[in-house]
Design a protein around this ligand. Structure first.
Ligand SMILES: [Fe+2]
Ligand SMILES: [Fe+2]
Length: 272
């Protein structure tokens, strides 16, 4: 199976870039499954329903959120009716929406997509390790299993927690990819057990910025230590960032992993 994950879409620049390139990537890379993190799509904070619809229309099969899940309140009733929009699975019981979904892929195959959120330097939710272990106990990968691919977005600040999470579930997922830092890491690899891993996919936004927001206001918050005006997303051309994985159907494990950095300021990387 051929999987593409695209990291945090930030603001209009990110939304427009993803909508522009995703249809071509779907056909060019012959993608079976495309997952997009959209927690910052609405002016950097949250996701509005019309933006979710636009990303689905552009070719996203599943959207994920993160700590900004509820910044746009209109998404709360929307998520209850749209199982392909995920929020972290380790929110408290009773939280609207779900943290995982099984989707049908071409040729009768099925894929599990999930999101969990770390607890280091972000909101301390329920244990993401225990929640994910429980989920994966119900969805086995590969021959004799229930799904042919498992993709997990681990939304976390600390690289240490992301690596620990990936090694914990190595061999039970096709891809574990980090989000939230908005900087693509160069550690994409296939772990010893066969799980593709990258500690952060990077954002899809303007990199002439501070993690996607206009640099002047963001920088002065750090050096003046005074509350500044409201942060606005940077509006230059976005780099669409993500990671591509090809799996072996017999095992559901990764046999190739390649970074994606397309357009904008970052050095370009496009999977073959
Ligand atoms: Fe983000
Ligand atoms: Fe985040």
């Amino acid at each position: 199976m051929r999987l593409l994950f695209i990291g945090d879409v930030v603001g209009r620049s990110g939304r427009e870039a993803v909508a522009a390139v995703l249809p071509g990537l779907r056909t060019g890379l012959r993608l079976d499954l495309t997952v997009v993190n959209a927690e910052n799509a609405s002016h950097g904070f949250g996701l509005a329903p019309d933006m979710a619809e636009a990303l689905f229309a552009a070719g996203a099969d599943v959207l994920t959120l993160g700590n900004h899940a509820w910044d746009r309140k209109e998404i709360i009733p929307y998520i209850a009716d749209h199982p392909r929009l995920l929020r972290p699975l380790n929110y408290p019981p009773g939280t609207p929406g779900a943290g995982a979904v099984v989707v049908d892929v071409a040729d009768g195959r099925r894929a599990l997509v999930a999101q969990a959120m770390g607890r280091l330097f972000v909101d301390p939710l329920d244990c993401p390790f225990r929640g994910t272990a429980e989920l994966l106990s119900r969805h086995r990968l590969g021959a004799g299993g229930t799904v042919q691919a498992v993709l997990i977005d681990f939304h976390a600040e600390a690289s240490s927690e992301k690596m620990a999470f990936a090694h914990t579930f190595d061999g039970q997922a096709s891809l574990i990819v980090g989000t939230h830092t908005h900087c693509p890491s160069a550690d994409h690899q296939i772990l010893p057990g066969g799980t593709g891993f990258q500690s952060d996919a990077g954002m899809s936004g303007d990199y002439d910025s501070v993690i996607g927001m206009q640099k002047e206001g963001a920088a002065s918050r750090f050096w003046r230590k005074m509350p500044g005006e409201r942060l606005n997303p940077a509006e230059g051309e976005a780099t669409v960032c993500g990671v591509f994985v090809e799996t072996a159907d017999a095992t559901g494990l990764a046999r190739r992993i390649e970074p994606l950095r397309l357009g904008g300021r970052l050095s370009q990387a496009v999977p073959e």
